[in-house]
Design a protein around this ligand. Sequence first.
Ligand code: HEC
Length: 163
Amino acid sequence: MGCGPREPALVNPGMSWVSPAPERPTPRATDAAAKWETMGEIAGLRRAGGVFVSRGHFAGRWKAEARVNASAEAPYATLVASSRFPGGALVVQMHRDPGSGSPGPIFAMLKRDAGFFPEGGDWEYVVTDSEGWIEDRGALPFCARCHAEAKADWVFPLPKDAK
Ligand code: HEC
């Protein structure tokens, strides 16, 4: 005991996996955070469309681009009101500082099995910091409430002015 490599604390008082106050995702607690297991795949995901200013997140503070896996690519590219995403579909929105270009938070939606989160379209919502450390994930009402207004299957279309 005490001689091994330092282990991160398993529990951090005050952090909870339950959805946070609706205003903001829970800030990362250094020791309790885990890396999002999908981070390694992100570089291999395809870009969907161009770069745009995110209006939905953080009130225009960030530039953004969306990336998709193979299951999400077609429905996202051709989004109409009747579009539905299959289980396993992944859409990731990466944010960037418009001035410095440095990476910002990552927001993702991963389609789970029917019944996972019916009020949220059965998507798992994931928030990480710029390096993929999880800030919150799961059936997050904060995300779902707004995405319920989206065009199809809780997903907004790519902004038209994306370049
Ligand atoms: C106030 C409304 C609002 C909230 C809250 C919100 N989003 Fe979004 N989201 C949008 C809009 C609008 C877009 C379209 C692109 C843009 O403007 O950023 C979007 C785009 C996305 C996308 C790309 C797929 C798509 O729908 O186009 C993902 C992934 C995403 N949001 C995840 C999340 C996650 C995770 C949360 C919760 C932490 C969240 N969003 C909270 C409005 C919202």
